[in-house]
Structures are given as structure tokens and as C-alpha cells.
Design a protein around this ligand. Structure first.
Ligand code: HPA
Length: 247
């Protein structure tokens, strides 16, 4: 098993060029992960892949078993995670197609199981989460984005909403006042759970639309699909370039 895992989000349900050697459905004390852990080699380097929404993209953000996903990766010996996610852009620099490597999170989700440390029979622990993302993994992604010519926004505050609906324009205005620069639905509690198990975790966010009220019209599905397809192509390029620094 490799020690690097990629968690793929919307538009990234497989890794092109991954020579798959193993597909393993695992069970955890928290239930089943979103799909099998797929292990293989990408450019000769060992990588494990997990599709966050399942292979047919059938699990919505609020129903993802984040605990099972992170637990399974940890049990498999993973120590580093790059989490790819589609997001909406709030700040002016986060236009459609931009890759953002966030350095902060604000959690607006609710009713999600968001800790392994929930008391009996588990211990109660309060982990430090001042800086939610692993700087070394962030650096690897940022350098890869620059050297591959894709480019990226090197700071960002990822506001994580409950979904599955998109936000209202007023909610986005409030998030902007809070300091959020991008908005998505899957960044939490994934990042916290990784921190609780001491996994180095960073996010590669792909802006696939301007957030509610930031574009002239409504958020249209046709528009989203083509932005997801091209944005995820950029994310793939960044991941592939970052590999030597990560594995
Ligand atoms: N809001 C929340 N999640 C998202 C968005 C958005 O605008 N775009 C992609 N995921």
C-alpha cells in the first residue's frame, strides 16, 4: 500500500493513468467507506484512490460516511491525503476554472458525525485545528500548479456548507463577510477527521462556478458540467506533477 491517497470529488471518480493493482472493499467500525480503496501506480509511484461520492457519484455530501473513509485510509497505512473538491468562487480572484489551495476552513455544516473522539468507548480529545491543512502537502500542490503552468490561488478560506442545495445570495454575502473565499460541501468534517488521526491532509479545490449571487444568472447544470470536466483536468495535471514531492 502506498502512503499517499487521493480523495476524488465531483468529476474525479477515477485517476487517469493509474495502473490499478488492487481494489479493496473494507469495513470499518464506522461502516463502509464510499467505495473500494483503489491502489495502483501512477507514473511508477504508489497511490491509493477513493471516490468520495462513490463510483457512480450516488452519495450526496451530507450522506458521505466521512468517518469510514478516513478510518479506512488510515488503516491501510495512508499518511498523506490530497482531497480534491469542486467549489464555488466567492472572492474576485476565484473565477471559474481556478485551482485554489486553501489554508483555512470555516465549517457551516450540521448533523454530520464530525469526530472519532466522541466519548465512551472512545477517548475524548480536543485536537489543535488552528491550521487545518498540512503545509508540506499544500506546498507540494502549489509548486506543482506553478511548474505545470496550471497556476493556482495559494491562500483561501474554504466555507463548507451542508448542501445539497446551493446557497442563497444572502448566505454567500454573509460567508464573504466572514472571510470565506470559496464554498463547497465536502471539506468538513473530512479535514478534522484526518487531523484527529494525524494524517497530513490538504485540499485541491477546483472552482466550477461563481457562488450564488456572484454571477449574472442562476447556477446552471449544463454550465457546471463543462466547468467540472475542464477544471478536473487541471487538477489531474497538478496531482501528477506533485507526485514526486508527495510519494
Ligand atoms: N456552493 C457549494 N458547493 C459547491 C458550489 C457552490 O457554489 N459549487 C461546487 N460545489
Amino acid at each position: 500500500m502506498s502512503n499517499l491517497a487521493i480523495i476524488g470529488g465531483t468529476g474525479l471518480t477515477s485517476v487517469e493513468g493509474l495502473n490499478i493493482t488492487r481494489r479493496e472493499m473494507v469495513k470499518t467500525p464506522y461502516g463502509s467507506p464510499s467505495g473500494p480503496l483503489i491502489t495502483g501506480e501512477l507514473d511508477g509511484r504508489p497511490v491509493t484512490f477513493l471516490a468520495r461520492h462513490g463510483h457512480k457519484h450516488s452519495i450526496p455530501p451530507h450522506k458521505i460516511n466521512y468517518c469510514a473513509n478516513i478510518w479506512a485510509l488510515n488503516e491501510a497505512g495512508i499518511t498523506k491525503i490530497v482531497a480534491v473538491g469542486a467549489v464555488g468562487g466567492i472572492s474576485a480572484e476565484c473565477t471559474t476554472g481556478t485551482i485554489v489551495i486553501p489554508d483555512q476552513v470555516i465549517d457551516y455544516t450540521y448533523s454530520r458525525i464530525n469526530t472519532f473522539f466522541d466519548g465512551k468507548p472512545n477517548e475524548v480529545r480536543h485536537v489543535d485545528f488552528s491550521y487545518p491543512y498540512a503545509e508540506e502537502v499544500r506546498q507540494a500542490l502549489m509548486h506543482a500548479a506553478t511548474s505545470s503552468g496550471v497556476g493556482c490561488v495559494e491562500h483561501g478560506v474554504y466555507g463548507v456548507t451542508q448542501g445539497p442545495r446551493f446557497e442563497t445570495a444572502a448566505e454567500i454575502q454573509r460567508m464573504e463577510r466572514d472571510g470565506c473565499t470559496i464554498v463547497g460541501m465536502t471539506g468538513m468534517p473530512e479535514a478534522t477527521l484526518a487531523r484527529e488521526l494525524d494524517l497530513e491532509y490538504a485540499c485541491c479545490a477546483v472552482v466550477v462556478n461563481l457562488a450564488a449571487g456572484k454571477q449574472a444568472g442562476l447556477i446552471e447544470h449544463d454550465q457546471l458540467s463543462s466547468a467540472i470536466a475542464s477544471g478536473m483536468q487541471s487538477a489531474r495535471q497538478v496531482l501528477q506533477t506533485a507526485l514526486p514531492a508527495l510519494v
